[in-house]
Write a protein that binds this ligand. Structure first.
Ligand code: NAD
Length: 457
């Protein structure tokens, strides 16, 4: 049994903005637009939803979006919180908090992953849901945005406990999820295994085999070729597009990648395949540096045999985790969690190009500092959209019953990512703003148009 609370509320506070001096970067973009700059508070708020709204406000002002529609675009449409009592292996009962936030369904059914992590809370899930809505708009796929999460420490739980928790969450959310309503996917600490449990539980509850209710499934349950690698592959494609615009040579570039799970390891793998020397990698168990370049295939194989973690990796020297982000590299790919680059460490970042594999890795305060330094940031809502793009292909395949080869999927995904990059690049150039604000302007425009044409009460 689960206790469900559904509310339609948002407590996002709009941060104040103050003008600052403009500053051209080497792309001719205004590194700091007057509307984008804020004075750094002594200690910046790292509430991810507030940080997202702060950037969204800047984009809305710059594009002169009318306030009526903006109120709708920025407010989550549904916030669901459930309590999940789970019988643990030792016979005791533990109650977990679960969330699902539907940010928008303006462009189609809502879409977004499910995260299992001790830090999951309402603010985080709300930010992640909004980012999904804007990411789908940028990727040009007919979805709104959502996100889910359970506050738990999956690494300390048995497989049986995780299965019971996943099934309880599915049962509690069974009236929220749906092929044409809301379609979850994996996120941090969830994978095809959890998606298979959700398909099974949801199919039992609704009385019909429904693989299209989630994406990121194993291949034998209707998963798509190319989905496992899609996000990291897209992060690399976005980086290569930026590298070409910046007239840099990937074969002469050094990179560091934070996070070595699905997104980080595959991003590093594709950097290596494209001749970029990956000199630093890390996960929550350790950070590693090798100035001659780390053999990424070797690191992936090491992790596979080492409970999925880098701890003890011998192909590089162990360094302090915080040093990874500050390495002397050209390209930095944060692919772990939110708020890794903040006003506190942004000044020490040496990379000229940052490509965000993770959602929300750069705080609003860090953006200001990096923009001032002329660092180009390819934002999460563009850079990691390759995953949801192939999730969309998976959903289409489930609905039509026709399945594509990996080559076809990868070709389409690459094409869509390049188009998304060009769209955002052009907006950023036209508005003389950063890629992040350009991405928000592009997404806001699309979602706002859909809201206007659908009308309201
Ligand atoms: P994952 O669980 O597979 O991997 C997360 C990785 O981050 C692990 O290697 C973990 O050890 C590492 N990590 C956690 N805390 C860390 C820390 N403090 N320092 C260094 N490393 C740390 O998750 P994932 O699917 O790779 O997701 C990573 C990020 O990418 C998340 O922000 C997620 O929302 C985002 N994302 C994922 C997908 C996807 O398809 N999986 C799509 C878009 C965005």
């Amino acid at each position: 049994m689960a206790l469900t609370k559904i509310s339609k509320k948002t407590k996002a506070k709009n941060a104040t903005t103050a003008p600052a001096k403009g500053n051209e970067n080497h792309l001719g973009m205004n590194a700091i637009h007057p509307l984008e700059a804020t004075p750094h508070a002594a200690k910046e708020s790292l509430n991810p939803f507030e940080a997202m709204i702060r950037r969204l406000d800047q984009a809305a002002k710059l594009m002169k979006l009318d306030n009526d529609v903006y109120q709708i675009v920025k407010t989550p449409s549904k916030v669901v919180e459930v309590s999940l009592p789970i019988k643990m292996d030792d016979g005791s009962i533990k109650v977990y908090e679960g969330y699902r936030v539907i940010h928008s369904t303006a462009l189609g059914p809502s879409k977004g992953g499910i995260r299992y992590h001790p830090q999951v809370d309402e603010h985080e899930v709300k930010a992640l849901a909004a980012w999904m809505a804007f990411k789908c708009a940028i990727a040009d796929i007919p979805y709104g945005g959502a996100k889910g999460g359970i506050t738990c420490d999956p690494k300390s739980m048995s497989v049986g406990e995780l299965e019971r928790l996943t099934r309880a969450y599915t049962a509690a959310m069974s009236d929220i999820f749906g092929v044409d309503k809301d379609i979850p996917a994996p996120d941090v600490n969830t994978s095809g295994r959890e998606m298979a449990w959700i398909v099974d539980e949801y199919s039992k509850i609704t009385g019909g085999f429904t693989p299209g209710v989630v994406t990121g499934k194993p291949l034998h349950l209707g998963g798509s070729q190319g989905r496992v690698e899609a996000t990291g592959r897209g992060v690399c494609t976005a980086a290569l597009e930026a590298i070409a615009k910046l007239k840099m040579n990937p074969k002469k570039m050094k990179a560091a990648v934070q996070g070595f799970g699905n997104v980080g390891s595959i991003t590093a793998k594709h950097f290596e395949l494209n001749g970029i020397k990956v000199v630093g990698i890390s996960d929550h168990t350790g950070a590693f540096y090798n100035p001659k370049g780390i053999n990424i295939q070797e690191a992936i194989q090491y992790c596979a045999k080492n409970k999925g973690v880098l701890k003890g990796f011998k192909g590089a020297t162990s360094i302090k985790p915080e040093a990874l982000l500050e390495l002397d590299v050209d390209l930095l790919a944060p692919c772990a969690l939110e708020n890794q680059i903040t006003a506190e460490n942004a000044g020490r970042i040496k990379a000229k190009l940052i490509v965000e594999g993770a959602n929300g890795p750069t705080s609003a305060g860090a953006d200001d500092i990096l923009n001032k330094k002329g660092v180009i940031i390819i934002p999460d809502i563009l850079a990691n959209g390759g995953g949801v793009t192939v999730s969309y292909f998976e959903w289409v395949q489930n609905r039509t019953g026709y399945y594509y080869s990996e080559e076809e999927i990868n070709k389409r995904a690459d094409r869509w990512m390049k188009q998304a990059f060009t769209n955002v690049w052009n907006v950023a150039q036209k508005q003389k703003t950063s890629m992040r604000i350009g991405a928000y302007i592009f997404a806001l425009g699309k979602v706002a148009t859909a809201i206007r044409s659908r009308g309201s009460y």
